[in-house]
Design a protein around this ligand. Structure first.
Ligand code: SAH
Length: 387
């Protein structure tokens, strides 16, 4: 006689990335007793976001039957790790895959902090002329699960659980990976609200920075609904130049962008907007432009982050000379703005600003970089894996 076995559904729902209310609703839909839903949701939330549990079976204070129910309906899957590369300066880059597409996350350790650079999209629609990601054809929005999942994978790989520990390795999150976060507002918002939940991943919203190329109508919403710190990829002081290097400027001009910055909630000397300015030789790096820059942002509590241009194969620009960057920085400093020059990190593994690009072409690109880059940024052999 043949026995008929009940076959569990092949697909279960991922709980990562749901809001707390969404999680409670998922439990309700799975038949959890109404009186227990809130308590169960709180317990799960704690296991997932404080302890980083990836498997219901490890949730030792929950009844066995409940854990089995959960495993039948749900999963806690992170994106798949395709490769992990470690730079000679300690920067780590993960190439991740979900839904058949790949995207990258970068961890940058410093003496006083650890910054995780998170992607919001696969690829990017903006086509900034100096950015490698903009040359990638395929674009889709990352889901809240994929965005939060990047933080969770980094915590997994850096042994950085529980979220309540002192001296955590990841202290800051910057939405400065692939993609334009304000073109994926709803998902980025949902993910960042989870990231800043004090009973969960517990990253302070001040230590979360969203960087935008200037999607002006969404800036006020980011301030009101996410409340994180803001960075603006300014890169030029005149519309004619910015129209070329950041084509989004044709839609939203510098003056409108700066008006939106002036209205950003909660600004003070302790809470400044960061203006990013990539140093492109002969394009935007004259000392007259340094003076125009400080005049332009007058009245806005601001930091100016000068970013040496990071090369990539086929890039139409080169980095400004170091002396020029120093003179530019001095003008900005003398006007009273902190203007740290961002030390390029992880260039050897193509993890520096503007170098992220996840597709199979990458290997060839890296080979070419290896051939052309200077000795200081030669490919490290230790810890490197081919994608
Ligand atoms: N789309 C958002 C998030 C990306 S942030 C934004 O534009 O802000 C990535 C930062 O690196 C941006 O300031 C970007 O302008 C900068 N960048 C891009 N390509 C670069 C390169 N090749 N060298 C240095 N910085 C670069």
């Amino acid at each position: 006689m043949r026995a008929f076995h009940y076959i569990a559904p092949m697909t279960t729902t991922n709980l990562i990335g749901l809001s707390f209310d969404g999680l409670r609703q998922a439990l309700a839909d799975a038949g959890t007793d109404a009186k227990q839903q809130s308590m169960r949701a709180r317990q799960l939330w704690n296991w997932v976001y404080v302890h980083g549990a990836a498997d219901f079976s490890t949730m030792s204070n929950l009844a066995k039957g409940f854990r089995a129910d959960m495993a039948e309906h749900f999963n806690l899957a992170r994106p798949e790790i395709v490769s992990e590369q470690i730079s000679e300066d300690g920067t780590r880059k993960w190439l991740l895959r979900a839904g058949g597409q790949e995207f990258e996350t970068v961890f940058i350790p410093d003496a006083d902090r650890g910054t995780l650079c998170v992607s919001s999209q696969v690829g990017c629609t903006l086509n900034c002329r100096f950015c490698h990601t903009g040359t990638q054809a395929l674009v889709r929005n990352l889901t809240p699960a994929e965005i939060v999942g990047q933080i969770m994978i980094a915590r997994d790989r850096l042994a950085d659980w529980p979220s309540t520990a002192e001296n955590r390795r990841i202290t800051n999150v910057v939405m400065m990976g692939m993609g334009e976060p304000l073109y994926n507002f709803d998902n980025v918002k949902q993910a960042l609200l989870i990231a800043q939940d004090g009973d969960g991943l517990a990253l302070s919203r001040r230590r979360i920075t969203l960087s935008t190329a200037g999607v002006v109508p969404m800036i006020a919403r980011a301030g009101a609904e996410i409340g994180c710190s803001l960075a603006i990829s300014l890169h030029a002081v005149r519309d004619d130049i910015r129209d070329v290097i950041v084509p989004l400027n044709r839609k939203y001009k510098i003056a409108e962008l700066l008006d939106a910055c002036r209205s950003y909630p909660g600004l003070s000397n302790a809470r400044r907007i960061t203006f990013e300015y990539v140093m492109l030789k002969g394009v935007n790096d004259s000392l007259a432009e340094a003076r125009e820059l400080v005049a332009l942002i007058k009245g806005i509590p601001a930091k100016i982050n000068l970013i040496p241009f990071n090369p990539w194969p086929g890039a139409p620009y080169v980095c400004s000379d170091w002396e020029q960057i120093e003179k530019f920085a001095e003008i900005v400093n003398r006007a009273g703005y902190a203007s740290p020059v961002r030390t390029p990190r992880g260039r050897d593994i193509m993890a520096a600003c503007g170098q992220l690009k996840s597709e199979s072409l990458k290997l060839r690109a890296r080979d070419r970089v290896q051939a052309t880059q200077t000795a200081s940024s030669a490919l490290s052999s230790a810890g490197e894996q081919a994608p």
